[in-house]
Design a protein around this ligand. Structure first.
Ligand code: SF4
Length: 216
């Protein structure tokens, strides 16, 4: 059980999905997430997450993301280098886990991104799968068994709706990029993909066409 004095104040707002707003519940929530999600790194990120972090921190996406090999059929698999590589994007990992996981002087680990953390991180411990809301089993922490009733149902429904819309748009961004990459004679790398992502997001916000549909 984590000490109450080790609560991470920097991440106030992160616990918005917990219906129990007591300090002890927040400490447990932060501790459980740090020991599971943050220790392994943020795998489930979308283009919307990457752009939000990039804009807020004024960092290019390639400064805080990294790639890993994608399995066949993964809809987040990004085609690079004339089809020789297929990778997925995740937040960069350091030796201690997610690069945004910070250790406070009190010894608590918390998310340095606060409310701009990936949606999949913010809805912890809920599952991101479609269907009825559920708690995802998380190996690596047994200090509390989270239940659905521990979460604010209204906030959870809204967060899952955001997650679902962002994920579907992410799938489409990747699919459109892969179609472009298949036709290209250039050696397109991950930075090229992320520039495409930024353009596609600007077009989405302006209600404009996809970048490849814009004719001069
Ligand atoms: S973004 Fe924040 S919550 Fe998500 S894994 Fe990294 S440190 Fe943890």
């Amino acid at each position: 059980m984590p000490e109450e004095g080790s609560v991470c104040i920097a991440s106030e707002g992160n616990e918005a999905l917990i219906s129990d707003k007591s300090l002890s519940a927040r400490v447990q929530w932060q501790s459980c997430r740090a020991k599971t999600r943050c220790a392994r790194g943020a795998r489930l990120v979308t283009g919307a997450d990457i752009i939000r972090i990039s804009r807020t921190l004024a960092l290019e996406p390639w400064h805080f993301t990294q790639t890993a090999p994608a399995v066949a059929g993964d809809p987040t698999g990004i085609v690079l280098d004339k089809g020789r590589r297929r990778v997925f994007l995740k937040l960069a990992n350091a030796t201690h886990g997610c690069v945004f996981s910070v250790r406070t002087p009190s010894g608590a680990s918390c998310c340095g991104l606060g409310d701009i953390a990936p949606t999949s991180c913010r809805i912890f411990p809920a599952d991101t799968k479609d269907g009825a809301p559920a708690i995802r089993p998380e190996p690596g922490c047994d200090c509390r068994e989270w239940k659905l009733e521990d979460l604010d149902q209204e906030a959870l429904t809204e967060a899952l709706r955001t997650w679902s819309a962002d994920r579907d748009h992410w799938f489409e961004v990747v699919a459109r990029w892969n179609a472009l990459a298949a036709e290209s004679d250039s050696e397109l790398g991950i930075e090229d993909f992320q520039r495409y992502l930024l353009e596609a997001q600007c077009a989405r916000e302006a209600g404009a066409a996809w970048p490849e549909e814009v004719t001069a």
